[in-house]
Design a protein around this ligand. Structure first.
Ligand code: HEM
Length: 505
């Protein structure tokens, strides 16, 4: 045989061995979880199901269909399973559970050189960061949380009145809601709003650019190893930098400067969230990373809740009438004031509306996988092999008729009030409902208290003052969902309402 033919034969042989090894590995991987139902090709490759899923921007719809078609524990990838069994998810997320965050969380590293509390998959490191930040997030060590929020609510009201209501003009509430939540988080976190509301614009093109990054971020959650390539020379030039004039890079620059002001010999001491983090021992580098994460974690999620509430209230006159009657029943106070958090929290229907909105459309839709511990696990006789990535199907859990009743697919805040007659049922509903914030586990959302305060206050003040008209009821908004939502083109008009507490607004 000529030498050239021998070489070719060797190459073909080696190639075939590699393909055979690859197929063998795939088959074994498929075999491991073949007892778990799911879309037929999902077990073979992430490309058949998970990749189209995250790129579809319809994650919430797919997850809902998945639950209906395959049940409560579904295989969605070679090594990935999602569950809509709330008891299993509670077991996974509980305080002493041996399950740990999977590698996908690494994709939430916003600055590649720096982990933050969400991207941190080392349990000890996560616990250390959490202990340093919990006091700041709870608001206990922050001066004037409520007063700052009130200023931002009044700025939003002023913007709507001066630029839109006065001129009978429609506005994209999708954007305005996010302007508001992003300003609030900046105000609480490091002392002053970004200026989205005061300029009525997407300052630094931040919202636009971040929104465009969600599809690639969601693919990175499936292939977190890809992040390594950004450490290579030249490719790291593609990453945003603190010198950028717009988008995440601009925010990185702000985070860097803000953190720098709080360290060193001329450091400024402020009683805001960042001040509390620094006082509790966060380093300058950690502070930079947490500032970025705070803005991302705290703006889209709360904005989604506020927009969803707006849509469901503006188009549901029965619920709206009840809510406005409750709002009007609160003792009169001037239009230049904002409802006190303490008063808002005591309003049963407002609370029911907010809980129902969060149930209806959980704003953090990520499957948030955790890894089955080394000894493996078992659930109702179903084996969960060690190393399997197990995530939750948020929408499946939030529409589970065993928890919510036969009308789980209806938006009905009353269910929360009716359940008060049955304490066991109400306890379960509260436990499951709280899962939208990560449950009561070691991963519970640190911004939960702030988010609920902000959402209740702003909804109260908007529906106290205005009637809203959805401009395009047949297609009210554009709503896309990766791990969180991007919702815009939500055109509304607002009209001052005649209210019982203070006449015409
Ligand atoms: C309706 C609004 C919100 C929802 C539904 C929500 C949901 C969640 C969820 C589900 C997690 C757990 C992630 C996981 O480990 O699987 C989480 C974590 C977190 N959230 Fe929120 N969030 C909201 C608002 C906020 C706000 C306003 C802030 C900031 C002020 C915030 C800051 C955080 C932080 C720092 C974590 C990480 C906690 C940890 O890893 O220990 N969130 N959030």
């Amino acid at each position: 045989m000529p030498l050239g033919d021998k070489r070719l034969g060797l190459i073909v042989c080696l190639g075939s061995l590699l393909v055979a090894a690859f197929l063998f590995r795939r088959l074994r991987q498929w075999q491991r979880l073949r007892h778990i139902p799911g879309p037929p090709l999902a077990g073979l490759s992430r490309f058949f199901w998970l990749v189209p899923l995250v790129r579809s921007s319809r994650l919430n719809i797919w997850l809902q269909e998945l639950d209906k078609q395959y049940g409560r524990i579904v295989r969605v990838g070679p090594n990935t399973v999602v569950t809509s069994d709330w008891k299993l998810w509670k077991h996974v997320m509980s305080a002493r559970s041996p399950y740990q965050r999977s590698q996908r969380f690494v994709a939430f590293r916003l600055d590649m050189t720096n982990d933050n509390i969400v991207s941190s998959i080392d349990e000890q490191e996560h616990g250390r960061l959490r202990a340093m930040m919990i006091h700041g997030y709870s608001g206990k060590e922050v001066e004037g949380v409520e007063a700052k929020m009130d200023i931002d609510i009044l700025s939003l009201v002023h913007l709507l009145e001066s630029r839109y209501i006065l001129h009978n003009k429609a506005f994209d509430f999708g954007r305005k809601a996010q302007y508001f939540t992003t300003d609030v988080i900046a105000h609480l976190a490091f002392g002053k709003p970004f200026g989205f509301i005061s300029t009525d614009s997407d300052v630094y093109n931040y919202i636009e650019i971040i929104g465009n990054q969600f599809p690639s971020m969601s693919v990175l959650t499936l292939f977190p190893g890809l992040l390594q390539i950004f450490n290579w020379p030249l490719l790291n030039l593609l990453l945003p930098t603190a010198e950028d004039k717009a988008g995440l890079g601009k925010l990185m620059g702000i985070a860097k400067r803000t953190a720098a002001e709080r360290f060193g010999p001329d450091r400024k001491v402020h009683k805001d969230m960042l001040g509390s983090f620094v006082a509790r021992g966060l380093t300058q580098k950690e502070a930079e990373a947490e500032i970025l994460m705070q803005v991302i974690a705290g703006s889209d999620t709360s904005a989604t809740t506020i927009r969803t509430a707006m849509l469901h209230l503006a188009t549901n006159s029965r619920v709206l009438r009840k809510l406005q009657a409750e709002i009007d029943s609160v003792a009169p106070y001037s239009m230049s004031e904002v409802i006190k958090d303490e008063t808002a929290r005591a309003l049963p229907y407002l609370s029911a509306v907010v809980k129902e909105i969060l149930r209806w459309l959980p704003p953090a839709m990520d499957i948030a996988t955790r890894v089955v511990p080394p000894g493996g696990d078992e659930w109702n006789g179903l084996a969960l092999p060690p190393g399997t990535e197990l995530g939750w199907n948020a929408i499946g859990i939030m529409r589970d008729s065993d928890v919510w009743g036969d009308d789980a697919d209806q938006f009905r805040p009353e269910r929360w009030i009716e359940a008060e007659a049955d304490p066991d049922k109400l306890r379960d509903m509260n436990t499951v409902g709280d899962m939208v914030f990560g449950g009561t586990s070691r991963y519970q959302c640190l911004g939960r208290i702030v988010a609920l305060m902000e959402i209740k206050k702003v909804l109260f003040e908007l529906f106290r003052r205005y009637e809203f008209e959805v401009m395009n009821p047949g297609n009210p908004w554009t709503s896309r969902c990766w791990f969180i939502f991007v919702q815009d083109e939500f055109w509304l008009k607002a009209h001052p309402r005649q209210c019982a507490t203070g006449g015409m607004v």
